[in-house]
Every structure is written in C-alpha cells, then in structure tokens.
Design a binder for this molecule. Structure first.
Ligand code: FAD
Ligand code: ZN
Length: 473
C-alpha cells in the first residue's frame, strides 16, 4: 500500500535539455523534495518521481512537454497533491511536473467579475484575494489551504456550495492548456456567452491531466455575499432530509449548502475532532444548512422562521441556528473534521459516489449493513453533499489491500445497480479506474481513448490515469 519505492533515472541528455529550459533551480533531484512529491492523499502506492520540474511560465510548461515527448519521457502532473484518487502519485520512472511556481493571480476584472489566474494558485489565496475586492469565488472544500485551482479544474472539483454555484465546470470561463506535443492552446475567454463551435475547455476540465496541462484559467466570480446564516438540524429520518432540502430550495433561494451527516459520522466527528454534541439526544441523520444573501438579520430570521415551522411540523427534531460567525464555524467544525478522519482511519477506502436521490436511503442502508457485517472491526462513515446527490463513505482502517479492494467492489457494484456515478467529484485517478465500467459504457471509454491517442500520441502525460494506457513508451 503506502510504502515508498525507489525512482528510476532520467537520461543525462534529457536532464541537460530540461535544465536549459527551466534553469538549474527548476530541475530538482534533491531526495527530500522527491520524497515530498511521492504521492497525494489517496492510498495509491507512494513513489518518488525521478525528478521534479518547476516551470515558472506557461511557455516553459509547453517546452517541457515538447522535450519529454521527443524523449518519450513520462510525466505526472502535480498540483497541491490533495487529490483522493492517486492521479498525481508518480508511477515508476515518471518525472513530476509541478505547477507550484505558476502561482500568480494575473488580474481581477472588477467590472465583468472574472479572475485570470495561473494554475498553481492555491484555492484559499484566490478566495481571500477576490473577497478583498468585494467579489466571491464560491468553490470551497476542506483542502482549500493546499489544493490549486489547476487541480480543481483538472478534477472538476465540487465541494460544499455546488447546490448554489455548480462544480468547477460551471466556474471556468476560459482556459489555457499545454498539450502533450508542446503546443500552447490559449482559450482565455472572458465573455459569459460564447457559442462558437465545440467548447474545447470541457475536454480538459475533469480529464485529470490526461489530455493536457492546465496552465492558466479565467474563473467566473460572483458578487460577495454580505450575509451568511447556518444551522444544524437533527432529523428523524433520511426521508425527512429529502423533504427538507426540497422545501428549503423553494422557500430560501439563498440556500448555499445542504450537507448531510448520518449518526455514524457525527459520533466519529465528536470523538476524533474532540467536539461536544450539539444536541442532548442523538438522531439518525443531521443536516448542516447554509444560506447566503445580503441582509444578515433578515436572512437569519427567515431561516429561523422556516426551521421553526419545520420543527413544529415534526419534520425536524431539533435545531441550532448560528447566532454569530463563531457559532457558524462551530457548526461547520463537525463536517470539517473529515480532514482529521482521513488521516486517522488510514488505510481507508474513501468514496465520493453519485446516487439518484430517490435511491439514496435504501443505498445507504444496504451498503452500511453489508459493510458492517463483513467488516465489523472497521468504521464506516456516511455523509455528503446530499443536496447534489453526492454521497461520501469513509471506511477504515483496513489492514490489507485485499480488504480495501473488497470494500470498493461492494460499494461500486451497489452504485452500478442504482445507475449512479462511481465518482461525483474526486475523479478516477488510479484507484478507481478498474471500476469505471460501472459508470461508463464501452463506447464512451473507446471515445475517451481515441481522444487520448489524438492529443498524446506518445503516451507521455498522466498515462494510466482514468483508464489503462493503449500506447506504450
Ligand atoms: P492534485 O492532487 O495535485 O492532482 C489531482 C489530479 O489533477 C491529478 O490527476 C493531477 O495529475 C491533475 N492535475 C493537477 N493540476 C493539474 C493541472 N494544472 N493541469 C492538469 N492536470 C492537473 N474534492 C472535491 O471535489 N470536493 C470536496 O469536497 C473535497 N474535499 C476534500 C477534503 C480534503 C480534506 C481533501 C484532502 C481533499 C478533498 N477533495 C475534495 C479532493 C481534492 O482536494 C480535490 O480533488 C482538488 O481539486 C485537487 O487539487 P490539487 O491541486 O491538490 O490536485
Ligand atoms: Zn466532497
């Protein structure tokens, strides 16, 4: 599983050519840095890359790709390494191309509401910068302090506010990509509407770096919400949660998050995160809800009124409405302990499946029962962005790769049976590729392979991610 293996070398001729493009400082072979770049947050086998390449400009990225294509040198693209699918984890003899030095916010268009950024900008830095100019970049997820916007686009990241603002796919307006043959494809569109043939940016969003390296992005901003209200609801059943989200969407157009945590998750959050229970009595399901708007007092009153009525009607068993930003942070803390849980329950299987809402309740029951009976010593935690039909399951710690594989087989078979998606937001990487057929047809896979062969005929870029390679270097 997670042991570190030794990298193979890179030919001296290529090494010298890379130095002439990137300078000595841009071609790193220091063992400590190689070890630090040996994998992401997934359980994929850690492997130091043969070299770490640190370009400073998009053109340098393109030049590196052209050189590597000529030498048939395989490359793994690395953003913030927070991915949960092993896509950025090096395979044997790969060099790592890191976007860490392409970290400039080039422009914030305060009139049109766009940010032009390089791919290595860390999400949290972008959020803070645009907010200081009264704009808002709504993508938000637990890894915000390390993940990069390029990585977010490459994985079509989702996170907590998709219910209101959509996934990264909806937030990218323009893109620049270095293709595996060394061409730089600049499509930095800044207009909202653009119906001029095939929208090529979508080829690269969610492709997990298999078709090109994202070097720059034009991101769509929203006006900064000046008010935000949050509440934690204890619910008698999952069915109550589905009614609540439907009714809230109708009554509260500012609804910006609807996160569900089943009792197993809540208990683990209290234990692992050292958090006090929010309610005197435990409930089977909890919903963390958030609205964003422009009038703090009015918005909170509206949320309080809505939840008060739900309480009277019995569709909510208990509720805590945050009275301050500090309260809201304390409520979000239950959900945000996921970062600690991912660390503590290793080796784990972490799922981000998409399940049709109508099938969610029975899916959770069936999968939980099966996991509990087959793996009684492990924790199996259920939670997710349920407003988007996106369920997370975290199962661990598992003592062997075989046990992890059995858990994956069990969950993905159940996803296939309800016509869901094996990855709603983290991507396929290497850890899910053998299960892709549960979600994608042979015809779809064939077309994906054709696109890969067209754009990366030498098979050098993130080869073996998403699907098995068809060409060999
Ligand atoms: P990396 O891990 O470095 O790379 C991810 C993939 O993208 C790899 O295949 C890599 O090769 C490729 N890649 C990276 N940069 C580029 C580029 N510039 N061009 C082309 N390909 C590139 N994800 C969600 O969607 N929603 C969540 O709610 C969420 N919560 C998380 C919480 C925690 C605590 C953690 C650790 C992770 C979470 N994630 C979540 C997963 C992860 O943070 C996201 O997938 C994130 O978008 C990855 O960005 P990164 O820069 O770290 O990419
Ligand atoms: Zn998520």
């Amino acid at each position: 599983m997670a042991e570190i293996e030794t990298p193979a070398g890179v030919a001296n001729e290529l090494r010298d050519a890379l130095r002439s493009v990137l300078g000595d400082a841009g071609v790193v072979s220091d063992p400590a840095l190689l070890a630090a770049r040996s994998g992401d947050w997934s359980e994929a086998t850690k492997m130091p890359p043969a070299l770490v390449l640190l370009p400073r400009t998009p053109q340098q990225v393109a030049d590196v790709l052209a050189l590597c294509a000529r030498h048939r040198q395989r490359i793994v693209v690395q953003g913030g390494l927070t991915g949960l699918a092993g896509g950025a984890t090096p395979a044997p003899a790969e060099v790592a191309l890191s976007l860490a030095r392409l970290d400039r916010i080039e422009d914030i268009d305060a009139v049109g509401g766009t940010a032009t950024v390089q791919a290595g900008v860390v999400l949290e830095e972008l959020q803070a910068r645009v907010e200081s100019q009264d704009w808002y970049f709504p993508l938000d997820l637990g890894a915000r302090g390390s993940c990069q916007v390029g990585g977010n686009a490459a994985t079509n990241a989702g996170g907590n506010r998709v219910i209101r603002y959509g996934t990264m796919r909806e937030l990218v307006q323009g893109i620049e990509v270095a293709l595996p043959d060394g061409r730089l494809l600049t499509m930095m569109n800044r207009v909202t509407k653009n119906t001029t043939g095939v929208d090529l940016k979508h080829l690269f969003i969610g492709a997990e770096g298999t078709l090109g390296v994202i070097t720059r992005l034009v991101l769509k901003l929203s006006p900064r919400p000046t008010a935000s209200s949050a509440a934690l609801c204890a619910l008698p059943s999952f069915e109550a949660a589905t009614r609540l989200v439907r009714d809230m969407r109708r009554a509260l157009p500012g609804l910006s998050a609807f996160e569900v945590m089943w009792s197993d998750f809540m208990e683990a959050a209290q234990e692992i995160g050292g958090l006090r229970p929010a309610f005197a009595e435990a409930s089977p399901v909890y919903a963390l809800v958030e609205t964003q708007g422009a009038r703090q007092e009015e918005d909170r009153d509206q949320l309080e009124r809505f939840l008060g009525e739900a309480l009277e009607a019995g569709s909510v068993s208990d509720v805590v409405v945050a009275q301050s930003q500090g309260d809201a942070h304390r409520l979000w803390a239950y959900r945000e302990t996921i970062g600690e849980m991912l660390g503590q329950l290793k080796p784990h299987a972490a799922f981000d499946v998409g399940v049709p809402m109508a099938a969610m309740d029975s899916f959770v029951r069936t999968v939980r029962d099966a996991l509990q009976s087959r793996f009684p010593a492990q924790r199996h935690l259920f939670f997710g962005h349920i407003g988007d039909g996106n369920l997370h399951v975290l199962s661990g710690p598992h003592g062997s790769a075989e046990s992890l594989h059995r858990v994956e087989q069990l969950v993905y078979e159940a996803v296939g049976a309800v016509g869901g998606s094996i990855s709603a937001e983290h991507g396929i990487g290497v850890v899910k590729k053998e299960f892709l057929h549960f979600t994608r047809s042979d015809a779809e896979l064939e077309l994906m392979r054709s696109l890969k062969a067209l754009l990366d005929p030498a098979g050098i870029l993130n080869t073996g991610r998403v699907f098995a390679p068809t060409t060999s270097v």
